[in-house]
Design a protein around this ligand. Sequence first.
Ligand code: RRO
Length: 298
Amino acid sequence: MDLAGLKLRSPTLNAAGVLGMSAPLLKRVFDSGAAAVVTKSLGPQARTGHINPTVVTFEGGILNAMGLPNPSVEGFLGELRELKHEGVPIVASFFASTVKEFKENSIMLCEAGADALELNLSCPNVEGEPGMCAADPVTTERLIAAVKEVSKVPVFVKLSPNVTDIVGIAKAVEMGGADGITAVNTLKAMAIDIDFRRPVLSNITGGLSGPALKPVALRCVWEIAEAVDLPIIGCGGVSSWRDAIEYLLAGASAVEIGTAVMDHGFEIFNTVNIGVAKYLEKNGFKAVEEIVGLAHRS
Ligand code: RRO
């Protein structure tokens, strides 16, 4: 499959932030069947993130409020070169605060060999971070246009489910000239410890991922597919090949897997790929492309 110029040997990738902090772990993701690997979101400066507790599990998945810990784009260039050397297709996830920084980071990541960029405009865990603007169509369009001016590789934009009108944002992404949309980031949520009678996460709120996110994320993919012509990468609670098929039928061309890696290990990529291939064969389809968006046709 060709996703806006990014060649994919299977319909699965890892979600940003999951195993994305080191070249050896991302190599294992690739060796386990992912078509390409997505890095942890990288920013202009190194950050330690929020203090613990930063993760809490619940019956429907997990909540995280990591707070964008990352070694910075510059600090990750060595890992990127190592992955490149190993022949692993890389989607570099990144964020920044200003147009200048967005451009500088794009240039550095392209030079280091990124095969695609994924702009993270949608982290729910930082207050007032100017780059986290996926609720504002005007800024979204402006930032994407700036990145597209300098990027030599396809540009995907990761959207937030924490908005009233995701279609309006998706249209702004298209207007800005992006090559694709990743839908979606985590859903803002919280948990309270009833013994301490306090929020569990140090940040109070966090992003919900895992099975409970899937129906919401699937609805986002569906609405975006109805409204724009860009390829979509579905993200949110994919834990089985059946989930992946739902996303493909809703209009996604591939899926990112995150939380399920914690429950099922690296094997999840292979399991989903095999399940999707068997479904296609059993139902008389020759390629993933043939079922993308099929549920929209009545
Ligand atoms: O690091 C985080 O807290 C984080 C990020 Br950057 C993001 O995009 N989504 C998320 O759930 N957590």
